[in-house]
Design a protein around this ligand. Sequence first.
Ligand code: ADP
Length: 575
Amino acid sequence: MKVLRNRGVRWVLLMTGLVAIIALTGMNVLSLYDLRDRMVESEEERRIDQLDEINDTIRNQIISPLRGLSKIELEPIESSIQQTGELPENILEVLAKSSESPYFNDIYFTPEGTDPCDENSTIYKYDPSQNQINPTDDFPQLVCGGVGLTRTKTQILLNDFNFRWNNNFEFDTHRSANIGLINPIENRMLGVLTLTLDEEYIINEVFPPFLTNYFGKSSESGIVVWVRDWTSDEVLATNDPSVSYDRDLVDHRMGFSGSGFFDNWSLYIAFLQSPVTNAYNATLVKNLVVLGVAMLFLTGALIFMFVTAQRERQLAQRQASFLANVTHELKTPLAVMQAAGENISDGRVTDPVRLKQYGEHIYNESIRLRGMIEKLLDVARVDSGQNMIKAAPYKLHDLLSTYLSENRDYFENKGFEIKFKSNDEASLTMIDRGNFETILSNLTENAIKYSTDDKYIEYQVSANDDNVFFSITDHGIGIPKRAQKNIFKKFYRVEDSDSMSTKVKGHGLGLSIVKNMVEMNGGNIEVKSTPGKGTTFVVRFPKLMKEEVQAEQVQSSAEDSSSKQTINNQTEYVG
Ligand code: ADP
């Protein structure tokens, strides 16, 4: 019950851990995306702000020479024009400065009461060479529009009686800058200065360097900006002429701000695949990769810890059941021996036949007990690393032949058919003979234990350039695929409820001892098995090379010459 609860808790913890990792990772991924989007967004906002900057700068550059006007007293204008036909000095100074500005072509003055929309009217034109205004009836039509607009708007301002300034500035789209000059004391207009804008200059000289400086080539910045006259559907300037204006590309449109300033013109910005966005994407990908790897490591570590804990629990369980089994197994023969010995020593059994039987019981049980104790000692030795190897050169063929002929009766009694196939009689390998016998007897015992009706065992010896192999094949119950990787583990037993191996007695130690001894002797062991058909264990040992042989004493030939009943190749033994 407790075990079950513990296992449940472990699973819950594992699942909680995994869910936490997934949730954290998910949150991180989302926030990374969010961060990327914010960065891209703020980058785009910064670029849009640059459009504003361009707009303000151009506007300031246009207005800059006219700034002094607001501080000038304008009352004397009328009398000045009436008396001298000239504007006062301080206004002429402003006009001289303005005439130097490349933004303006010509400067006109239209006194209040004069109608510039009438071609026959006479207005004034500023002559920078003389720094004076001269009457003219040759003025462009656009003065009419600028003056009309300025008069109307100024009149609205004057009508509310709160207007405190001496001028009102109006742009007539991109054609002219107009300044309505005002007498604030008398609350009336004195006239309009019209500065015609040099449209060509603005389009060809002002916009292109601005756009290029701010946004560069679209191939580098990923940004295209167009200045467009939306009334005529005409692109006036752009930072990259190779990309033609396309309404669908446009991400943001901005009009020029200010009263009538470039009214017909707009700025359009398109964010193509910008390198900045690409850089953010690359950072995002890098972050995602690091996150993914970290998550994999974390998940792997969690699962590893979980699996290790499971394994350790299973091992502890197997050890516990092994201890219980061993105690039981040791007690049984002891109990038999004790009872038989007691009966004999009591003198209760006197009949020679029965005495013999009791003696046999004691003998057999002591053999069983000894076998078990030896196995336990093997495990203890292997565990403590005290299994000292006394290796010498042997021929596997000879060792196996000897083993088979010594155990011939044993196999016969068990009803087993034994086959020995060898195609290598000469190769030598360095092994500990005692170890080899333990290996052989464990594998043979298993072949016998796990066989049912088809009592057949086949031994084979072979060699290649570097190795000597021996294999043992039975036609027994076989080992399920999923169990095959575990059978060499200490205390492991195949325990299917319906499997016959569950009914066979054992402690799950034999193969772990075998594997350990094979490896201590420089070899390895593999299993091939088909459930219901049988099992083959293949053991490999390194071959002793000629030059090595000379240095070693060939013990096996000496020992094996005494047992000359060596079994020939392909000899069949029928038990
Ligand atoms: P055991 O004392 O249980 O036989 P082993 O370590 O020798 O312990 O074997 C481990 C398990 O491997 C056995 O419990 C058995 O299920 C399986 N096994 C070993 N050898 C064979 C075989 N020749 N045929 C079928 N199953 C085998």
